[in-house]
Design a protein around this ligand. Structure first.
Ligand code: BG6
Length: 488
């Protein structure tokens, strides 16, 4: 890995503290950071280098999966950190930043490879990118990369505008859009599941698969984020990005080659084949819900509109379920059902692949005891695979009964999503980042849904906190003869 300077905007913020510093430290301990590396933290607060290093050390104490027990190691890690005050709109501040970056590059005898990590609100992406360009920070004789976090736009139009502006300063190859779901170890294993297992590879299409169910349920409510969440809802917060990325990662076929180019090409193919829904028809394939009062783990919790900061009478969606169809030869006829919501029964991200039931059809009886074969992929917080198959009880007249084979990858100390993603960004591997084509096509699918919500063409169903969402989400599958396979 080439020596690199990480220029971190938003260095005093919450994401940096909770995710970025712990991830960097764990990479450092594992010898997975560039040698040497330099990190320049930027924020509005008037901090000294010492104050900054203390804050980083504190964040490791609180949030790192590995505590910094070795004082010498911690010290040498922190030696790489410097701080500079920066007002995002002030050009002079970028000049000062440039001098500091160059000074450190000289001290450490590093080439000018610079990774700009924007851990700031999306309204700052464009001015920062433009100032990087203008100040000369981005035009040195090494490589430059831009790492940004969602949201990438608020709708299709704003996403396109943002991308146009960013592309004035960075090429697509230089932009690394983080979707932290793509960093989750089980999501990164999805392709190897096919690659390493001909038995799964052979079954991965519409000849054998009846439907695919992707659920990301959370037990938390809006927390302290109403100012943000009340304007975006589950559709923008989770569906447009994480959920559609999970759909792409499940549907692609990459049996032999999982290079970044191939994965991107295949994901793009899936999005191109995704059937778009007209605004007027959204109600038939999309269910929206909002949590009402209920109980989580036996503890009563208020309904969404009683949460602090939520607008009175808010029509915001805290739950969305949808049926999506991929119109290509491999997936035609196989519904992909997606649901995500806050204040649901369990915290779980899970993909369930339900296989067709030729035995049931052959026996033409519903008393045979069989249940569909299921492949359950637990993405988080538990990780693992489960395969449900039918076994016959002994004796000629024995009935079938489903049994489950569980495979729990034994990784107590698995890296966190941010470790995987930062490591890849430093190496320049873009496999697990969202390409603009994917982002744009995701918004294309979502836009009619946003319009239908806006114009109230889709009912907003209340659901009890602590449930699996509104009954309408069950009906969405029941109409096709299926049911959601949940954890219980
Ligand atoms: C974030 C959303 O992207 O993902 C949050 O903004 C959500 O609202 C979170 O809680 C869920 O992530 P995870 O990794 O806990 O499933």
């Amino acid at each position: 890995m080439e020596p690199t300077t990480i220029v971190l905007f938003g260095a005093t913020g919450d994401l940096a503290k909770r995710k970025i510093y712990p991830a960097l430290y764990n990479l450092y301990v594992e010898g997975k950071l560039p040698e040497p590396f330099s990190l320049i933290g930027l924020g509005r607060r008037d901090w000294s280098d010492g104050r900054f290093k203390d804050a980083v050390a504190q964040s490791l104490e609180e949030f790192s999966r590995r505590k910094a027990q070795d004082a010498g190691k911690l010290q040498s890690f922190l030696d790489a950190f410097r701080y500079s005050v920066l007002d995002i709109g002030r050009e002079e501040d970028y000049q000062r930043l440039l001098s500091l970056v160059e000074k450190r590059e000289e001290e450490l005898r590093m080439p000018p490879n610079r990774l700009f990590y924007l851990s700031v609100g999306p309204e700052y992406f464009e001015p920062i990118a433009a100032n990087i360009q203008k100040s000369g920070l981005g035009s040195a004789n090494g490589w430059k990369r831009l790492v940004i976090e969602k949201p990438f736009g608020h709708d299709l139009r704003s996403a396109r505008e943002l991308n146009k502006k960013l592309s004035k300063s960075f090429t697509e190859e230089e932009i690394f859009r983080i979707d932290h779901y793509l960093g989750k170890p089980m999501v990164q294993r999805l392709e190897s599941l096919q690659q390493g297992n001909p038995v799964i590879q052979a079954l991965w299409d519409n000849r054998y698969i009846a439907n695919v169910q992707i659920t990301a349920s959370e037990t938390v409510g809006v927390e302290e984020r109403a100012g943000y969440y009340d304007h975006v809802g589950a559709v923008r917060d989770m569906f447009q990005n994480h959920m559609l990325q999970l759909l792409m990662m499940t549907a692609i076929h990459v049996p032999h080659d999982s290079s970044a180019e191939t994965v991107r090409f295949k994901k793009k193919g899936i999005m191109e084949a995704l059937e778009l829904v007209q605004k007027e028809d959204v109600h038939a394939s999309v269910v929206r819900g909002q949590y009402a009062a209920g109980a989580i783990g036996g503890k009563p919790v208020p309904g969404y509109t009683s949460e602090p900061g939520v607008m009175p009478g808010s029509q915001n969606d805290t739950f969305i379920a949808a049926k999506l169809m991929i119109d290509n030869n491999l997936w035609r006829g196989v519904p992909f059902y997606i649901r995500t919501g806050k204040r649901m029964k369990e915290k779980s991200t899970r993909i369930v692949v339900e296989f067709k039931e030729p035995v049931k059809q052959a026996l033409a009886a519903n008393e045979d005891g069989t249940s569909p074969n299921l492949l359950v992929i637990e993405i988080g917080p538990n990780e693992g695979f489960k395969l449900q198959i039918n076994a016959k009880e002994p004796g000629r007249d024995g009935r079938f009964k489903p049994i489950q084979i569980e495979l729990q990858p034994n990784e107590a100390d698995a890296p966190e999503a941010y470790e995987n993603l930062i490591y890849d960004a430093l190496r320049g591997d873009s496999t697990f980042f969202a390409h603009w084509d994917e982002v744009e096509m995701s918004w294309q699918w979502v836009q009619p849904v946003l319009d239908a919500f806006e114009e109230n063409l889709v009912p907003l169903y209340p659901y009890e906190a602590g449930s699996y969402g509104p009954a309408a989400a069950d009906e969405l599958l029941a109409r096709d003869g299926y049911r959601w396979w949940s954890g219980d």
